[in-house]
Structures are given as C-alpha cells and as structure tokens.
Design a protein around this ligand. Structure first.
Ligand SMILES: Cc1ncc(COP(=O)(O)O)c(C=O)c1O
Length: 447
C-alpha cells in the first residue's frame, strides 16, 4: 500500500525523466513549470509523448488510461483515424491560404445541419475568444454595456469572463449572481441594463459539476427577452459532446447565440459563435459603422483546423460517438458507485459523459444517478477538498489513471469496459491507501 511517506518517493522513482523535465520547466513556466493550471500537481504531472484511443504514454514508458481527453475536446478518443487522415492530407496541401476555402464552408454547413439555431456561423481560435465576441455582438445589438453571469460558471480568463475579478477591473461592467435562482435573475434583468446573459450549458464546470436546474434553464431565454437581453449559451464543453444538437437539443432551449469549442474541431484548436442572423449581421463590413464589429484573426478557420472539424463533425452527425461515450460513462458510474457503497464511503460519481466525483455528506439519493447527492454548492466545491483531490489524482497516476484534477473523468467513445474495470480497481486501491494514510478522513466512512 502506498502511504503518505512513500507515494511521492515511489512516483518520483517511476517518473525520473518527467522529473528532469519538470525541473527544467519550473525555471521557465511561472505556473509551477506548467502551461495550464490544471496541469499543476505536487510533485509534478507526467510528461506525455504520445496517445491513442483511450490511452497515453509518458517519457518514462508509463501507460495511462486517459480521462483528461484533451480537456474534453476528444470525444472520439486520441488520434481518431478519420481525423488523422484528414489533417495529414491537409498538411500537405497547405495550412493557411490567407483566402477563402471550401473546408470552412463545409464545416459551417455541418454545424448548421446539427444545430438548427445556427442561422450564421463564425469561427475563432478558441472557445474563450468566441465567448468574448458574443459580448461584443450583444453590446452592439442592444446598445447596452453590462454583462450578467452566474457564479462558478466558467467561460475563460478574459476580463469579462474571469471567475475572480481579483483586480476589480471589470466590476462595474459585469455582475455575477447565484446560480439556479430565477427571482434573482429577473431582479437584475428588470433593470434593463444588461446586454447579455451568459450561461454554461449543463451546469457549472465541465457540463455540470454543479448541474443547472432544467426548469431554470428553460425559463432563461424568455426572461432575457422580456427585458431586452441577449441569451448566450456556452456549449464549449457540451457542444457535440452531449448530442449532435448540443445540450440545448436535450433540454429543448434555443439560445440567441451558442458558443462552441473543444469537440467542434475534433481536437484541433478552435471556437465558434453560431446564432441569430440579425445579431451576427454586425460582422457585415457594409453594416453602419456604429452597428458593426471588426472580424479578423489570423487563425480563424485555418484549413488545417477545418479539415479536422469536418472529419469530426461528420462522425458526430449520427450521434453514435456521443452515445458510446455516455454508455461507457454510465458503466463507470455504476461500478464506481457500487465500489463506494461496498466500502461505506460517503461519496458518489455523477454526470453524463463527463463523470464528476463527489465526496461529502449524502443529502439525498437522487433518482437519477447523473445528479449529485446534494444541492449544496459549497459542499460540491468545498475548497478544503482540493488537497484530497490532488492526493487522489497522484495515487491514480501511480496506478496508471490520468484524471482531470483527481475528481473528474472525461469519457470518450474510445473508452472500453476493460478500461473502466481497470480504473475501478485503481480507484478502490487508491481510496484504501488514502484511508490508511489518513489523507481521507474517517468522517467519509458512512457506516
Ligand atoms: C464552458 C467553457 N467555456 C469556455 C471555455 C474556454 O475555452 P478555450 O479554452 O477554448 O478558450 C472553457 C474551457 O475549458 C469552458 O469549459
């Protein structure tokens, strides 16, 4: 059993080349040697050399079942042959023509075929940039300045999207209010000051670590329109992951604009804004000066990215990869929750094709196991839990399982039942070790 004393030593022993690279990296990357906060871990996350399907391998030859899956972008799994072939062919034909090309049109038409609200489509280099553009478009359309957002909802790090406005820079332009409270939303919107209401599809953090109430979501478009506000749904995670029509098609809502990212480009970097033609008319260079927005960006719809987007969207159209990812996620939840119950651990796995791990008091047993066993956001997000998740993440790495933050399992169509069975074994061993070493409190033993 890997105890507090020897887990880190054992991890370093089995990851010597990663350690050397980490030591070089801390001298150059300020975020503890990483290029993304989610890749920070004490002592370090492994350095990966290649990936295929549901697996990836590090510089020391360790193999992992991957539940990071390109931060959610890879619902088809790593290096899907159709995407690889499309990108390889395109690479030889040129990556950037600085001109219009057929692939951008084909990609946009595929998106429109799956998402009927996409009267217009525009491409960007990433999801955040697309989110920022919706704010600009909504401001131009409404002539208003203010942005309404929900607590814990993630949209990116730009000034008007960032979760913690630590410098107070945009405080007067952006208002962040509690989630799932319709009265509060109406109270704000009725001031008629807001250009835009932004909402993360499925709920806050990766498709619903804090789930959004469906009735709440369904009420938002009418409420926004009643007070002249544009409703933007951020489907960067959920778009084409939940269903061909996105999360919106599963609950029956129609946003004014939808923001896409991650899966939309099959694993290459891109974002998209899709939505109402009258709002997006601001991209028309012939629109009056005060009603238009400059639309530039070196990497907008580059042929290489489009080639991957086209290949991936063709596969998404059938809904088959999404269904496979959901089914394998169901299996992970069932097996994982059985493990937790068998060990009397007060915790649950929930979510759809992204499975979240909750540890804490079980306030009720939801009829639907895609939902957490509490409605208390403070319990789900409990900051005191960060050390526990980091520790679990390290234990799981040592067992050949790569998670997102130790508490999130991002599934793809490439994951198999064997992957899940191996994961459950690793999870059981890791939790046992954590109880033994005292990094999981006895309070989490339910019985
Ligand atoms: C819901 C959501 N919106 C926007 C973004 C930002 O997208 P990107 O990282 O492509 O800029 C993310 C990234 O994780 C996200 O989860």
């Amino acid at each position: 059993m890997l105890t507090v004393k020897n887990l880190v030593e054992e991890y370093k022993r089995t990851h010597p080349e990663s350690q050397k690279l980490h030591e070089r990296a801390v001298k150059i990357f300020a975020a503890d040697g990483t290029t993304h906060w989610n890749r920070v871990l004490d002592p370090f996350r492994p350095y990966i050399t290649h990936a295929k399907g549901s697996r990836k391998w590090d510089v020391d030859g360790n193999e992992y079942i991957d539940y990071v899956m390109g931060h959610g972008a890879l619902i088809l799994g790593h290096s899907h042959p159709a995407v690889v072939q499309a990108v390889q062919q395109q690479m030889a034909r040129g990556v950037h023509y600085g001109e219009n090309h057929q692939l951008e049109l084909e990609w946009a038409e595929l998106i429109k075929s799956m998402m009927p609200m996409a009267e217009r489509v525009e491409f960007f280099p990433c999801g955040q940039e697309a989110n920022v553009m919706t704010i600009r478009l909504a401001r131009i359309f409404t002539g208003r300045r203010k942005v309404l957002r929900f607590e814990e909802n993630f949209h990116g790090w730009a000034d008007e999207l960032v979760r913690e406005d630590s410098a107070g820079i945009v405080a007067d332009a952006v208002n962040v209010i509690p989630f799932n409270d319709l009265n509060r939303v109406e109270q704000e919107l009725s001031t008629r000051e807001y250009a835009v209401l932004l909402t993360e599809a499925g709920g806050a953090h990766l498709a619903g670590q804090i789930p959004i109430d469906i009735d709440f979501a369904r009420a938002l478009p009418d409420l926004a329109h009643k007070y002249g506000t544009i409703w933007v749904l951020d489907e960067v995670v959920t778009g084409f992951r939940e269903a061909p029509g996105g999360w919106q098609s599963t609950v029956g809502v129609r946003p004014d604009m939808t923001v896409l990212g991650k899966c939309v480009a099959g694993g290459l970097p891109a974002g998209a804004v899709v939505g109402r033609a009258d709002i997006m008319e601001a991209f028309n260079p012939r629109a009056p000066l005060e009603r238009r927005v400059i639309h530039t960006g070196t990497w907008n719809a580059s042929p290489l990215v489009c080639s991957a987007g086209v290949a991936a969207c063709k596969l998404y159209q059938s809904g088959e990869p999404q269904q496979k990812a959901r089914q394998i996620a169901d299996y992970l939840r069932q097996k994982g929750n059985k493990l937790l119950r068998d060990r009397n651990i007060s915790g649950r796995l929930y979510g759809r094709s992204i499975v979240h791990f909750y540890l804490g008091t079980i306030d009720y047993e939801p009829a639907d196991d895609t939902m957490p066993p509490t409605r208390d956001i403070d319990k789900i997000m409990n900051p005191a839990g960060a050390a526990v998740w980091a520790r679990l993440g390290l234990h799981l790495f040592q067992h050949g399982i790569a998670t997102f933050d130790g508490r999130c399992f991002i599934l793809s169509a490439a994951h198999t039942r064997e992957d899940i069975d191996q994961t459950i074994g690793a999870l059981g061993d890791s939790l046992d070790s954590m109880f033994a070493e005292g990094t999981l409190g006895k309070a989490l033993r339910a019985g």
